[in-house]
Design a protein around this ligand. Structure first.
Ligand SMILES: [Fe+2]
Ligand SMILES: [Fe+2]
Length: 277
C-alpha cells in the first residue's frame, strides 16, 4: 500500500498579512499541517501542488519553511503561478527532487513507495496561465518512457483541461493538447494531479483521470455561467489522499481539514440492524 496526501494552493503571506485582505492563509495552512500529522495511517509523503507563496516573495518562502517544517511526513513541492520557482528551490535546498532540473524549474522524478511521481513546472514568470513548453514536454515523454512498468502519478499546478469556470479556464495549461498527446501514450500513468482551481474537480486528459484538488485555504466560487465573476469563498478547506494498492490501483479520497460533527454509529444498541445500513 502506498498513501500520498496532496495539499495545494497555500498562498502563504509574509507574517501578519492576510491574503486578498480576508483569507488568513498562514493560519489555514498550519491547520492543514496539523490535520495531516494526525492521519492514521500516516501518508508516505505529501505533495504540495503549487501556489505555495502568494506573490513569489522570499519572505513568503520563509513562512513556507516555518509552516511546512511542521509536517512530520516527507513532502515534495512544485511551483504554481503565484510562485517563483528559483526562490522556492533556494528556500528548500534539501527538498526531494530539487537537485534535479534547472535552478528555476521544479521538474523532477521521485519514487514514493510503489509509485513514481513525475513532477512538472507549469508556471510562466509573470503570467497566470500555465505552459510546459516543448523542452519540458520532451523531458516528460523521456521520463515516462524510462519506467513503463511503474504506476505513475503526474503532478502539475495548472489543469490541462477546461472545467466550465470560465475565468479559471482562461488561465489553465495553455499547451494541454500537447500534454494530453504525450500522456495518452504512456499506459502506466494512473492519475494526473493538479491544483490552481481551488475546487475539487475531476476530468480526463489523454484518456487518464485528472483530479484538481481543493485548496487548504480559500476556494473559488462555483460559477458555471459564461460571465460568472472571479470570486472566492470559505467553503471547507480540503485535501486529497491518493491510496494505491496493486489490487485496486489508485483511489483518490477527499478529506477535510476541519473536524466535522460526529462520528456516530449507524446502530446504537436498538437490537436491530439493516443489511448495508
Ligand atoms: Fe491558487
Ligand atoms: Fe494557481
Amino acid at each position: 500500500m502506498t498513501l500520498i496526501a496532496q495539499i495545494t494552493d497555500l498562498h502563504l503571506k509574509p507574517r501578519g498579512l492576510a491574503c486578498y485582505r480576508v483569507s488568513e492563509t498562514n493560519m489555514l495552512a498550519e491547520r492543514a499541517v496539523a490535520a495531516l500529522n494526525a492521519l492514521d495511517p500516516r501518508p508516505d509523503a505529501v505533495i504540495v501542488t503549487g501556489d505555495i507563496a502568494d506573490q513569489g516573495d522570499p519572505r513568503e518562502y520563509i513562512v513556507a519553511r516555518e509552516v511546512l517544517s511542521g509536517l512530520q511526513i516527507p513532502f515534495l513541492m512544485i511551483s504554481g503561478n503565484h510562485d517563483d520557482s528559483a526562490f522556492l528551490k533556494e528556500a528548500f535546498p534539501d527538498a526531494p527532487g530539487f537537485d534535479q532540473g534547472p535552478p528555476d524549474r521544479t521538474r523532477y522524478v521521485a519514487q514514493i513507495g510503489a509509485l513514481r511521481l513525475v513532477a512538472l513546472d507549469s508556471s510562466v514568470p509573470g503570467a497566470g496561465y500555465g505552459k510546459l513548453g516543448e523542452d519540458q514536454c520532451a523531458w516528460l515523454d523521456e521520463a515516462l518512457s524510462a519506467a513503463p512498468e511503474i504506476p505513475t502519478i503526474v503532478a502539475l499546478h495548472h489543469p490541462p483541461i477546461r472545467m466550465g469556470i470560465h475565468h479559471m479556464d482562461a488561465i489553465n495549461l495553455h499547451d494541454g493538447d500537447r500534454f494530453a498527446e504525450i500522456i495518452g501514450r504512456h499506459q502506466q500513468v494512473e492519475r494526473i494531479v493538479c491544483g490552481h482551481d481551488h475546487r475539487g474537480i475531476v476530468g480526463t486528459c489523454g484518456g487518464k483521470v485528472v483530479v484538481i484538488a481543493p485548496s487548504v485555504g480559500h476556494q473559488v466560487v462555483l460559477g458555471l455561467k459564461e460571465n460568472a465573476p472571479a470570486q472566492f469563498n470559505f467553503e471547507p478547506p480540503a485535501y486529497y489522499l491518493h491510496h494505491w494498492t496493486r489490487e485496486t490501483g489508485l483511489i483518490t479520497h477527499t478529506a477535510y481539514v476541519e473536524k466535522a460533527d460526529g462520528p456516530y454509529p449507524f446502530w446504537a444498541g436498538e437490537g436491530v440492524s439493516w443489511p448495508g445500513y
